[in-house]
Design a protein around this ligand. Sequence first.
Ligand SMILES: Cc1ncc(COP(=O)(O)O)c(C=O)c1O
Length: 378
Amino acid sequence: MSHATCSAVTPSNQSLIDGEVYVPGLPSEYVTRKYGVAPEDVAKLASAENPHGASPLAVKAVAEAQSRLSLYPDWTAAALREAIGEKYGFDPEGVVCGSGETEVISMVIRAFAGPDEPVLMHSPCFPLYRIYSNCEGRAPVFSPMGKDFDPDVDRYIDTMHKVKPRIAFMTNPHNPSGRLMSEAEVRAVCDAAGGDTLLALDEAYVHYSSAEFGLDLLREYDNLIVLRTMSKAFGLAGLRVGFGISANPALIRPLRLIKPTWNMGQLQIAGAIAGINDDEHVDRAVATIREMRPYVMSGVDGIDGFRAVPGSEANFFLTEILAPELDSTKVFNELLRRGVIVKDGSDIPQLGSRYLRVDVNLKKHMDRFLWALGDISY
Ligand SMILES: Cc1ncc(COP(=O)(O)O)c(C=O)c1O
């Protein structure tokens, strides 16, 4: 008998045995291998990456940092915390860094909600709030969104009053819809929260929006943490850097204690220090997204059987499938055959089979997507 079949060892909860697994966007190589589309022609529109690649300043700094690979990095990434603090005007003691923002999200859930305690989030939401909550044995609680993914803040606040969550996630702009909560709406949630609720404002896509107010709110709410990533506007998804900022260092200290000790390597630290000040690169990405977003969304609206869900302020938007004979998996597969990778709504629990999530990207990729969608609709 093998060890695997006789072991009585089990993980601490059922989600670690048969729980939900995150479904990432497909890589370009998949489409090239399966359908023979040249790599440069594949429209990779499912991972919300930067259309212009990585910050050149970060790339240079990473190359230079190779000489330090034999040395342990500083375990709190102090130099990076200082650079982030200086950039945004906060004390470095109020900054924690993670191997991607997703690591910071997992640390927040472990540190601020105990077993079976409620963690509030919208439905649908970025799946990892729910997946990590379940895997850690915390209790995710969902507040449904309204028509066309209106954040329905009244309902969110009602739910908050009922369940008294230990953590309340807000995503601004929202993933997967790109919808924005206004400053008044975010403030309403912050004002309604009990002092023992940690407010986690996820601003992964904030650069592409008209709402860069989250960091200012930190000075007013000492139970608020803002979460950010360098994967999007900075173009560093492959480097794995994210961070949390709070004006209240008492929120940051537990995260520092719970994180894997040397969670940020030499290359991550060096690249992120250079990248965080690469305004030129960020501005370029923002300009492309702001130009291409209305272009591609109105293009979708012009194709029979499809509609762009209005209101996105992110670098992606939802396409709703109106044609009854089509569903998201069918359209997803037909797009793949035409060299276009999008996200199938069926792979995003709580979103479902009437939607695709599509990145905004360079015009040539938008044109390929619009051509392919039009081709499927006939
Ligand atoms: C809402 C949201 N938050 C956080 C992240 C995590 O980004 P990363 O772990 O790459 O920093 C993502 C990535 O897709 C996201 O959509």
